[in-house]
Design a protein around this ligand. Structure first.
Ligand code: GDP
Ligand code: IMO
Ligand code: MG
Length: 426
């Protein structure tokens, strides 16, 4: 079984889309296992920029079978809009399968996402507003419709009868518009005209593909620090971006997920609220934001910018078993006079080299930095590791030392060919 899991190591937007697209031409199957259209994965295909949200980044490789697996939450209209957008751009020959077990993200999930953020006010999470939290909450409460239900109209009607009174009560408690069964049924039936042919038992499909020795690429969404269990709770998403979740989210055995490639930026970004100890407060943040085009793919919000946090990366390696690292956006750091790395924290005056598990403590930590010399050369056209400036190579070596992990891929620009490969892993 040859498989590779692509996992974000920070707070998302590490460049997972680019890396997935990069390896997709070597894969037979590309899988999104969790999350929904809160993800925004940027791919530059034949010089044109695409922002994928739900559709896996293997879609540009015509031979690849792309799968939205059991653990995903799917907004049918957003899915259709994205697919039709790609078709309009000439991406017409593709293979795409949607799990019958994936959850349907309903219009009221979006309403509830906005409403709870409004009520939380100052303490809001800063969600993407796509209804992700309410949809996963309803999954746990066993109150969702699943994609397979779109193929069973009579059952779907029964489910709406069961679910809708509860959801309407909740909507009314926020003073929101309620829904009728007829309007939701009509909406879902219209959507299913396009989606129905794609819906299948993707767990069975994947197990067969793996047994046949097909190469499978698991495209992570979000990043480890947004994990519901292991991230900076409550400032997290509502699913797990860790590679260890993939077997469960896809209905495949544990051993099917072989190697984990951790994706990290050469610095750190975060969208939304929550602690960020290595955040840069000076004008340099705006300089990096501009050079790295650090504005949210989904919400266009300016991303918060910070230095690399080695304590955080060590923690992520510990909880998720990252085997290799892809270091992204190294070119952006050419604008700096020096580079800092957060190697640990001061917690109540005491030096620690780990991430505290309690948010209250994590909010109190002060970063401890080490400083390294930077480089000014434009590195965005460099193809070989040896041609990188010495200080860039020293920075990469320091990242490897601090994380105890080999950097196998270095990205120096958004294009596929702006990629330096140090080791073949897939
Ligand atoms: P994802 O969510 O992990 O797929 O990442 P996003 O697509 O949300 O954000 C990454 C951004 O960085 C996108 O705008 C990419 O086009 C861009 N990008 C990826 N790799 C590089 C790189 O090495 N250098 C630069 N300058 N931009 C990059
Ligand atoms: P990709 O796959 C960056 C963040 C939101 C917010 C928190 C909860 O592009 O890396 P949600 O809408 O999921 O309930 O929001 O999680 N978030 C992301 N941040 N990249 C993402 O995905 C994200 N998906 C969710 O900004 O802080
Ligand atoms: Mg993104």
């Amino acid at each position: 079984m040859a498989s590779l899991a692509i996992q974000g190591m920070q707070w998302g937007d590490e460049g997972k889309g680019k890396v997935t697209d990069f390896y997709a031409s070597k894969a037979q199957v590309v899988v999104r296992s969790q999350g929904g259209n809160n993800a925004g994965h940027t791919i530059v295909h034949h010089g044109k920029k695409f922002a994928l949200r739900l559709i896996p980044s293997g879609i540009f490789s015509p031979e690849v079978v792309n799968i939205l697996a059991d653990g995903t939450v799917i907004n049918p209209s957003a899915f259709i809009e994205e697919l039709e957008g790609l078709e309009k751009e000439g991406i017409a020959s593709y293979h795409l399968l949607v799990s019958s077990r994936a959850q349907v993200l309903m219009p009221y999930h979006i309403d509830l996402d906005h409403a709870s953020e409004l009520v939380l006010a100052k303490s809001k999470i800063g969600t993407t507003g796509r209804g992700i939290g309410p949809c996963y909450a309803d999954k746990a409460a066993r109150l969702n419709i699943r994609m397979g239900d779109l193929l069973e109209k009579e059952y779907l009607k029964e489910r709406l009868d069961e679910i809708l009174p509860l959801k309407n009560k909740e909507l009314a408690s926020y003073g929101l518009k309620t829904y009728t069964k007829e309007e939701l049924l009509d909406y879902l039936m219209k959507a299913s005209e396009k989606i129905a042919p794609l819906i299948t038992d993707t767990s069975s499909y994947l197990n067969k593909a793996l047994a046949e020795g097909k190469k499978v690429l698991f495209e992570g969404a979000q990043g480890a620090m947004l994990c519901l269990d292991h991230g900076t709770y409550p400032y997290v998403t509502s699913s797990s971006p860790l590679a260890s979740g993939i077997p469960l989210e896809c209905g495949i055995p544990n051993e099917a997920v072989k190697d984990v490639l951790g994706i990290m930026k050469a610095y750190t970004t975060r969208v939304g609220e929550g602690p960020f100890p290595s955040e840069i407060q000076s004008d340099l943040a705006q300089l990096i934001r501009d050079r790295g085009h650090e504005y949210g793919t989904v919400t266009k919000r300016p991303r918060r910018i910070g230095w690399l946090d080695a304590a955080q990366l060590k923690y992520v390696k510990m909880i998720s078993g990252v085997k290799y690292i892809a270091l992204m956006l190294l070119d952006v750091l050419s604008c700096t006079d020096e580079i800092k790395i957060c190697t640990g924290y001061l917690l109540d005056g005491k030096k620690i080299d780990y991430m505290p598990s309690s948010l209250a403590a994590y909010l109190r930590v002060k970063p401890v930095f080490e400083t390294m010399p930077s480089w000014k050369e434009d590195i965005s056209n460099i193809k070989n590791y040896a041609d990188l400036p010495l200080n860039a190579r020293n920075y990469i070596s320091r990242v490897e030392e601090l994380t105890n992990t080999q950097v196998v891929l270095i990205s120096v620009g958004p294009d596929k060919d702006q990629t330096i490969i140090r080791k073949d892993i897939f």
